[in-house]
Design a protein around this ligand. Structure first.
Ligand code: FAD
Ligand code: SF4
Length: 334
């Protein structure tokens, strides 16, 4: 690991004075929360920050979990384990608890925070190995080794000719599906943004998010109600534990005598960023949730998928995952 400066921010005002960059993945100043992404990538020599700003003291003030039937507020410094095991989250927002329970390992979930989780970096093997020269995300303008290489895990939705990296996180998919907001605090004050606008679309692979320099994610807000209660997260992976998704679906439904009144659909393992399938949601409204209608919605959700050989299997796996998730959600007791 290369030498770097270490500083500690005891409060949010101090943290937000640090110039953490304009969303670029390798910004020279990085916040350190649980460290399970940052330190990992520093050891691999992928991230080379000049300064690491330890923001763990913010755990004291920004890790509360407030679950009511109207809504859920999750402090961004809460650990994945704390949220996964919270009774109010499990009962009122099951997809959130499941996405965290199914992620990583118990040790990582005890260390890692929600803020760090949503900003984790892609697992594209060429990004994580600096011996590969071609990676637009790591070295802008160098090309993309994955396009003609080992693309089995790479994305099929939201990609372009510059980068087909898959967004690897689980929680982010649920936050996108359930229409969450992120609360941010920076030197310019506090603001709230839709979670879906936190991650940038493809175009400039080395610039991933929309945070301003020094801006800290302090919380996530998720609306409550029937769609949150009747929500689930289905994760398909190569092995049953300690593995990233090759396909996943976060769904939420409001049903009235079997007819869909509201639907929420997020897809994981498929896309460049946390993915909400709005058009597929719209196709379900006013219809009974049958397997045929779920399949029709899944066809819409994966429309426009672009594959690169080794990930040709993904669109069909994505459709089947979504159908299964919708059928299971419709059968839930709420
Ligand atoms: P850090 O490593 O401390 O930070 C990550 C990034 O976020 C840094 O750039 C940091 O500057 C920035 N940051 C952190 N907090 C904030 C904040 N509040 N505001 C602004 N910027 C911030 N994840 C899954 O979802 N599913 C999995 O199956 C899964 N499997 C894993 C398996 C392994 C072996 C490992 C190592 C990780 C796995 N992960 C998985 C990823 C893991 O969940 C993330 O590494 C973790 O959640 C990151 O949180 P952290 O607090 O450790 O972040
Ligand atoms: Fe790099 Fe993106 Fe190509 Fe992977 S897919 S090699 S992250 S540019």
């Amino acid at each position: 690991m290369r030498p770097f400066g270490y500083e500690r921010a005891d409060d949010i005002a101090r943290a937000s004075r640090y110039p953490t960059g304009q969303g670029q993945t390798d910004a020279p100043v990085q916040f350190l929360a649980g460290g399970t992404t940052l330190i990992d990538l520093m050891k691999l020599d992928v991230l080379r920050p000049e300064r690491v700003v330890d923001v763990t003291p913010l755990t004291q003030s920004h890790s509360e979990i407030e679950a009511t039937p109207q809504g859920l507020r999750l402090g961004a410094f809460a650990t994945m384990a704390a949220v996964a095991g919270h009774a109010g989250v499990i009962a009122g927002y099951p997809a959130i608890a499941q996405s965290l329970q199914l992620a990583a390992s118990p040790q990582i979930r005890n260390m890692a925070t929600l803020g760090g989780n949503v900003l984790q970096r892609t697992r594209c093997p060429y990004y994580r190995d600096p011996s590969w020269a071609e990676c637009n995300k790591r070295t802008p303008g160098s090309g993309c080794a994955a396009m003609k290489g080992f693309s089995r895990q790479n994305a099929v939705l939201g990609v372009d000719e510059g980068c087909i990296a898959q967004y690897p996180g689980d929680l982010g998919v649920v936050l996108a599906a359930l229409g969450a907001e992120a609360e941010l605090v920076g030197s310019g004050g506090a603001r709230r943004i839709p979670f879906q606008s936190l991650h940038r679309p493809a175009g400039q692979p080395h610039i991933e998010h929309t945070l301003q320099p020094g801006e800290v994610i302090v919380a996530f807000r998720i609306p409550g109600g029937e769609v949150a209660r009747r929500s689930l997260y289905l994760k398909i992976r190569d092995r049953q534990s300690y593995e990233f998704a090759i396909a996943s679906a976060a769904v939420g439904l409001e049903l009235d005598k079997g007819i869909v009144r509201q639907a929420r659909i997020g897809l994981g393992g498929m896309a460049y960023r946390p993915w909400r399938a709005d058009a597929a949601e719209a196709a379900l409204i006013g219809e009974p949730l049958t397997e045929d209608n779920a399949r029709a919605a899944a066809e819409i959700a994966l429309r426009g998928a672009i594959t690169h050989g080794r990930n040709d299997y993904k669109p069909e796996l994505g459709r089947r995952t979504l159908v299964r998730a919708l059928v299971q959600a419709a059968a839930m007791e709420t």
